[in-house]
Design a protein around this ligand. Structure first.
Ligand code: FRU
Length: 663
């Protein structure tokens, strides 16, 4: 497991087929990037003497993962960053993996001198087969660092034991460390009086999402909105299987008594939707395609029994048969069209998988020979439910058409179990509390010792995903941090939900806004005709007015667009980056990512922040966040509202162009 973790970046590098040429136009204006080279997790986030320190996983020798060291930057406002030299280097073949930093106010470690409280970094030392916890310290405000000669300070002799986060626990007057036992899906807690000698306290897990390895924990107190209470929160990052695919983060709320973290119950597992109870149109359980018209070679002459020769494992279909156009590999093309059937019920539900290409790999619903709905796969061999609202076509005859015109990589479609039903079918994700529903928010940790905004901690994350991080098309730098966010909890039906907002300082970058109220989509778009830009902070309040889908297109131009919208069928706010620009540098990049929201007074409310290569969405009052990287052409800089059906109204919009921080 550890080995696969380490070769992951190198393997993924093979996907960088298009030369990763100079893409400085992608460099964000107000998200932290290093001048050159590779960066991943934020490390050692600590505030000291008016300065925010940002250390980070850094490769001083190249733009893919390797030679992990702690890079360093300093800021007074979390937006303007001064680049500093490497703080903790790889040394004697031991890499400096992720960790934290604290201000040792009482000099418990003895590293302080002349009454100067030391900054102490606690990080993981990594070499083949062993990960242990180590210290480095600074007595000159983080400018220079000394590795402790007594390292390691915590070694239990195992290979996957990493990412310590340490805080001072005032009630028990000692330091507490949360650290990941990655392969066991556990967080271990330790205590210490001096940061050098550590005693085991307890373990937490496995619980919640456990498909991916566990990394980068954090444990801290968070204020509950509208009360003067706080609750403990444990965050755990997952190497895989997060809702948007690949790496992501889950959180647990609960109590911590200085010894043990006890989690509140997880949200109830979503009940399986009665998808099979409707009228089945096609289930592909028989030996032939019975009544379907077949053209070309792609779909063969009969249903597939699952995974075909040379294909990665296919999953998520019902029964034992499905349509799988990989029978003879990706190359063949073709179509198949169902017999006519009469539309009834509210939704046509079906399972779809395979490649993602709205034009060339499609499931279409034809009514009177016209395409009224279309869907594609998501570059995954796992089939997922799609639900099309069909009430408006009730009683009309329709046909389902499957199209495979794609011969290249991922040139195949998977399809199964089309059923007319009163309810939309959903593919349940693992039962956990998710920090962000986008793919690009990983390894977030909170600032230590920092001034709290209304009691709210601040954190930031690495804005990428282990699935494709080493292939992202930027140069000579690779990877950015997310915007810093403040954190609180909101009680909903007895459950504490994580609420995140971008830091207030962002407002300093705002220019004169475009304001709108009570406009139709057409009227609003007239106002946006001459608006161009890549960096915006916008607040939108939209009345869907019966629309099936409504939202805003960002980075529009030359056939490119990034959609931020709300879908009635799924009840989700989403970011769709399938046409966002350069999506081909890795097969797992293209996609649509969303989280279910509750509308307030029937209104879709969105805060959206865009920088040159990112979109960050805050919906449902900050309870549903979606972070997505995008790589559009610099000339794709238009914005426009859009809707599918209905008569939506832009009830209120404030669209602020953002200006880079003053240097
Ligand atoms: C998370 C992580 C950490 C590790 C670091 C190595 O992204 O895998 O667990 O400390 O990256 O760079």
């Amino acid at each position: 497991m550890m080995i696969s973790r380490l070769i992951r970046p190198l393997a993924a590098a093979a996907w960088c087929l298009t030369p990763c040429l100079a893409a400085e136009p992608m460099r964000p204006a107000f998200h932290y990037t290093s001048p050159v080279n590779w960066l991943n997790d934020p490390n050692g986030l600590v505030w000291h003497d008016g300065e925010y320190h940002l250390f980070f996983q850094y490769n001083p020798h190249g733009d893919i993962w390797g030679h992990m060291s702690w890079g360093h930057a300093i800021s007074r406002d979390l937006l303007n960053w001064e680049h500093m030299p490497v703080a903790i280097p790889e040394k004697d073949g031991i890499m400096a993996f992720s960790g934290c930093a604290v201000v040792d106010v009482a000099n418990t470690s003895g590293f302080g001198k002349d009454d100067v409280a030391p900054l102490v970094a606690i990080y993981t030392g990594h070499r083949e087969g062993i990960q242990d916890q180590r210290l480095a310290y600074s007595t000159d405000k983080g400018r220079t660092w000394t590795m402790y000669e007594g390292n390691p300070v915590l070694d239990i002799g195992i290979a996957d034991f990493r990412d310590p986060k340490v805080f001072w626990h005032e009630p028990t007057k000692r330091w507490v460390m949360a650290v990941a036992l990655s392969l066991e899906r556990k967080i271990a807690f330790y205590s210490s009086q001096n940061l050098k000698d550590w005693k085991p306290l307890s373990h937490f897990g496995p619980v919640g999402s456990v498909k991916g390895i566990w990394e980068c924990p954090d444990l801290f107190e968070v204020p509950v909105e509208g009360t003067d209470r706080k609750r403990w929160m444990l965050t755990v990052n997952l190497g895989d299987a997060a809702p948007a695919g690949g790496s992501g983060a889950q959180y647990f709320t609960g109590t911590f008594d200085g010894q043990t973290f006890t989690a509140d119950p997880l949200p109830p597992t979503p009940a399986a939707e009665p998808i099979s109870s409707g009228k089945v149109i096609a289930d592909f359980e028989r030996s032939g395609y019975k009544g379907w018209e077949i053209e070309g070679e792609a779909f063969g002459t009969r249903p597939s029994r699952g995974t075909e020769d040379g294909q990665n494992p296919v999953g998520g279909y019902l029964g034992s048969g499905l349509v799988n156009s990989y029978g003879k590999g990706d190359a063949p093309t073709g179509r198949m069209t169902s017999p006519e059937f009469t539309l009834s019920g509210g939704f046509l539900n079906f399972l779809v998988g395979g490649g993602a290409s709205p034009e060339r790999l499609a499931v279409n619903l034809l009514v009177d020979g016209k395409v009224v709905h279309t869907a594609t796969g998501r570059k995954s061999e796992e089939l997922r439910w799609v639900a099309w609202p069909v009430a408006e076509f009730k009683g009309r005859t329709a046909r389902i058409q499957l199209v495979d015109e794609e011969s290249g990589e991922w040139g195949h479609l998977l399809f199964d179990h089309a059923v007319l039903s009163d309810k939309p079918a959903r593919t349940p994700i693992e039962n956990a509390n998710w920090v962000d529903y986008g793919p690009d928010f990983y390894a977030a940790v909170t600032y230590s010792n920092a001034p709290l905004v209304d009691g709210r901690p601040t954190w930031l994350a690495w804005m990428s995903n282990w699935k494709y991080a080493v292939a992202t098309p930027t140069s000579p730098w690779r990877s950015a941090m997310t915007l810093p966010r403040t954190i609180s909890l909101r009680m909903e039906g007895g459950r504490a939900r994580l609420i995140q907002h971008p830091i207030d300082q962002l407002e300093k970058l705002r220019r004169e806004p475009i304001r709108m109220s009570r406009l139709s989509i057409q009227e609003a778009n007239k106002r946006l005709e001459d608006v161009r830009g890549t960096r915006f902070d916008m607040r939108l309040r939209i009345d869907p007015g019966g629309a099936e889908e409504v939202g805003i297109k960002l980075r529009v131009g030359g056939g490119q667009e990034t959609l931020v919208g709300w879908s009635r069928a799924s009840g989700e706010v989403f970011v769709d980056r399938t046409k966002s620009g350069n999506v081909d540098f890795h097969p797992d990049f293209s996609g649509k990512h969303g989280g279910a929201v509750t509308l307030q007074d029937g209104m879709v409310e969105l805060r959206i922040i865009t920088d040159d290569c990112s979109v960050e969405v805050f919906a449902d009052g900050g309870a549903v966040c979606i972070t997505d990287l995008i790589f559009p052409s610099a000339s794709a800089d238009g914005i426009e509202f859009y809707a599918k059906s209905g008569k939506p109204q832009i009830v209120a919009a404030e669209i602020y162009p953002l200006h880079p921080p003053e240097k």
